[in-house]
Write a protein that binds this ligand. Structure first.
Ligand SMILES: Nc1ncnc2c1ncn2[C@@H]1O[C@H](COP(=O)(O)OP(=O)(O)OP(=O)(O)O)[C@@H](O)[C@H]1O
Length: 231
């Protein structure tokens, strides 16, 4: 694939937290190009910078130094409106607990479409039903999160991330709450979306079972990329 087609690119990306004496560098010269439709896993010890990198790629943090090009747009120095428009093309899977407790599984997934702009109700409900079905939750659509298991909640969060057909999925420990089979199913689903639709996934995980399923494993240590294995 030509580099220019890559949906995610970084070049000499550095990032710091804090100020003055407390200022600490979390990323050092990270340069990457991630191929469309691929499933990339980010691994590394706690504090190595995985979440920082993921949030920079997803336009959830301001780029301080270096370059992040997301879906063809440079994020360094970009106007906030560009971030808003680009985030609509992304699917985020963070924690299961950011489901709305007062909304059913179906309503939570519909929220994933509302942020994308205008979609008519019937189309939205069809898409949400389909997404919940893909995650094996057809019989749980009307349940409130309080009545779902941890794994089911996590799958609702994944359905919500996928319902708008995002170009890029960014996931932080998406399989942590899942048993082996559901975790493998989720990763398999993301891979199939990559093949069928060109959906690109970058996933932080400590789950070693996923490594074999990934197209690429990037290892971070102390804010630097120290390993890059293509499968
Ligand atoms: N908001 C913040 N303020 C200050 N320091 C931060 C902040 N977020 C992260 N850091 C620091 O930046 C470094 C990288 O953190 P990051 O969360 O990206 O690591 P990680 O690899 O995702 O870790 P984990 O696997 O534990 O989630 C760490 O030293 C962390 O303490």
């Amino acid at each position: 694939m030509a580099l220019d087609d890559a949906p995610l690119r970084t070049s000499e990306l550095n990032h710091w937290f804090g100020a003055g004496e407390a200022r600490k560098q979390a990323l050092f010269d990270v340069s990457l190009s991630i191929a469309r439709g691929s499933l990339t896993v980010l691994v590394g010890p706690s504090g190595s910078g995985k979440t920082t990198l993921l949030t920079l790629l997803g336009c959830l943090r301001e780029v301080q130094d270096g370059s992040v090009v997301l879906l063809g747009h440079e994020l360094h120095g970009a106007r906030p409106a560009l971030g808003v428009a680009l985030r609509r093309r992304l699917g985020f899977i963070f924690q299961a607990h950011n489901l709305h407790e007062s909304l059913t599984a179906m309503q939570n997934v519909l929220m994933g479409l509302q942020v994308k702009g205008r979609v008519d109700k019937a189309t939205a409900e069809r898409a949400a039903t389909h997404a919940l079905g893909l995650l094996g939750l057809s019989d749980r659509m009307d349940y409130l999160p309080a009545n779902l298991s941890g794994g089911q909640k996590q799958r609702v969060a994944i359905a919500r991330a996928l319902v708008g057909n995002p170009d890029v999925v960014l996931a932080d420990e998406p399989t942590a709450a899942l048993d082996r089979e559901s975790g493998a199913n989720v990763v398999d689903l993301l891979k199939r979306l990559g093949e069928a639709r060109g959906t690109t996934t970058v996933m932080v995980t400590h789950d070693t079972r996923i490594l074999d399923l990934a197209d690429r494993v990037l290892t971070l240590e102390d804010g630097c990329i120290v390993g890059d294995q293509q499968r």
